[in-house]
Design a binder for this molecule. Structure first.
Ligand SMILES: Nc1ncnc2c1ncn2[C@@H]1O[C@H](COP(=O)(O)OP(=O)(O)OP(=O)(O)O)[C@@H](O)[C@H]1O
Ligand code: SF4
Ligand SMILES: [Mg+2]
Length: 438
């Protein structure tokens, strides 16, 4: 669908199912999408068509009874992986934890549900710094302590305390670096073994995986210090550094009085404010890809506009690519470069926003566009008859056929292939027979 050089993440033929008591919900029926570096990519479709499940699969956070049953998800995060990409379905959970939040992060659909009600804003936003940027936090703290130490009187007792704190922090940083280096090495070895299926390779993979989960060498000194109440205080300066970063981040997101807000709990914040906190959590580690799952669906229009402006700004300044999920075609036209339309777990059409709005090919896309009210509209608003099917027993062939005004006999029997109708404009519909698959 696009060249590996510009691709940031690519899914191909992804099947995700939910194994419920009522039956198997076939939520994704072979979804293939590509998000490129530097673009804002939209995913649209009616409720229940599989937008959230697609991005949850992409982050490998589909919860039971859901399961990714087949397909590929390949990430091209940095130059080292560029030639081949990282197949994330083959990777360990520890690896996924290391990239979630730092390389790919997500603004969840429901800010209320995404926030932990018993943790303060500082704890929740600060967690990203602890998990992914701790070394930087320790380095900054150490630099601050050195500065204070030289400013203090030579024999002051506080100087001795600062010196002890600095020694403990250095030990902590060494432990962290050793752990990161070890995990990096194990990960590389696993990566090289990935395609090999011989017995020796399988045993080696298993032992590396076990080692990886155990490999958290800590500095002995810092471990003891953590248990002695008097010495435990050495962690305070790190907490102060994290707090400074969180306050700065909230301020940059336009949250008034952030020094006060960091102490609050989610129930003490308005919906718009909660959404900004969710955005702050997603942005704390400067992700390469930001996934925004209907970030404005529960907000009033003025806050909606502010959040959309904020995401556009961040795209210009901080993040490389945005995957934007929405029902709102107006928003797509405003913020996205390319867009994919999904229907009942299938990808119907992918094109640049301009191309899609100018000449929709798929009857479902055409129906969606025709149902958007226009300012000067006089005639009755058009709508797509029927509703998204139950995905436990989805229609055979093209899943849209029961609602399609242009259906043909073949549509009830055969799933349409995805073809490139014109450059960069892909469609899955029997009206457009052609060669190739996305
Ligand atoms: N935990 C679950 N158990 C069973 N089915 C599920 C579960 N989560 C999602 N599904 C099903 O997967 C399908 C796709 O759901 P998904 O949440 O991706 O829709 P969506 O496009 O994000 O919709 P919306 O716009 O309403 O958020 C739906 O049929 C839904 O019922
Ligand atoms: S494949 Fe057939 S039923 Fe499906 S959208 Fe195209 S014409 Fe309609
Ligand atoms: Mg959703």
């Amino acid at each position: 669908m696009s060249t590996a050089l510009q691709t940031l993440v690519e899914t191909s033929d992804l099947h995700t199912n939910f194994y419920t008591f009522e039956g198997v919900v076939r939520a994704l029926n072979g979804v293939s999408i590509v998000v490129n570096r530097g673009e804002t990519y939209g995913l649209v479709g009616e409720s229940g068509c599989g937008k959230s499940v697609t991005v949850r699969s992409l982050m490998r956070i589909v919860q039971p009874p859901g399961r990714i049953d087949s397909g590929r998800i390949v990430l091209f995060l940095n130059e080292r992986d560029r030639s081949r990409g990282i197949e994330i379905l083959q990777r360990t959970e520890t690896y996924m934890q290391s990239i979630r939040g730092s390389d790919i992060s997500m603004i969840f659909q429901e800010p209320g549900a995404a926030l932990n009600p018993v943790l303060s804003v500082l704890d929740q936003v600060g967690e990203s710094y602890r998990l992914h940027r701790m070394e930087q936090m320790i380095t900054e703290t150490l630099a601050g302590l050195e500065g204070e130490r030289t400013a203090m009187h030579r024999n002051s007792p506080r100087r001795a305390v600062r010196r002890l704190q600095a020694a403990l922090l250095k030990a902590e940083r060494r432990g962290l670096q050793r752990w990161a280096a070890l995990v990096g090495r194990i990960d590389n070895e696993l990566y090289l073994l990935e395609d090999r299926q011989d017995v020796e390779a399988l045993a080696r993979k298993e032992s590396l995986n076990r080692g990886r989960d155990r490999a958290r060498p800590r500095s002995g000194l810092a471990s003891i210090a953590r248990r002695v109440p008097l010495l435990r205080r050495y962690r305070r300066p790190i907490n102060a550094t994290i707090r400074r970063h969180v306050v700065e981040l909230l301020r940059s997101l336009g949250i008034p009085n952030p020094e006060n807000v960091v102490r609050r709990y989610p129930h003490e914040l308005s919906g718009g404010m909660q959404q900004r906190i969710v955005i702050a959590i997603a942005l704390a580690c400067h992700p390469t890809l930001l996934i925004a799952d209907e970030p404005t669906s529960n907000l009033d229009v003025t806050i909606q506009a502010q959040i959309v402006e904020l995401i556009k700004d961040l795209k210009r300044t901080t993040i490389s690519s945005v995957l934007f999920i929405t029902h709102d075609l107006g928003l797509v036209a405003e913020v996205c470069d390319r867009v994919t339309v999904m229907y009942a777990g299938d990808v119907s059409e992918t094109a640049t926003v301009r191309e899609l709005f100018r000449g929709p090919l798929h009857p479902y896309t055409a129906g969606l566009l025709a149902s958007v009210p226009k300012v000067d509209q006089r005639e009755e608003l058009s709508m797509i008859p029927g509703a998204v099917p139950n995905l436990i027993r989805p229609p055979e062939g093209c899943r849209f056929h029961p609602r399609c005004p242009k259906r043909m006999e073949i549509c009830e029997i055969q799933k349409p292939p995805t073809v490139e109708h014109s450059r960069g404009h892909w469609v899955a519909c029997h009206l457009y027979p052609g060669r190739g698959n996305a």
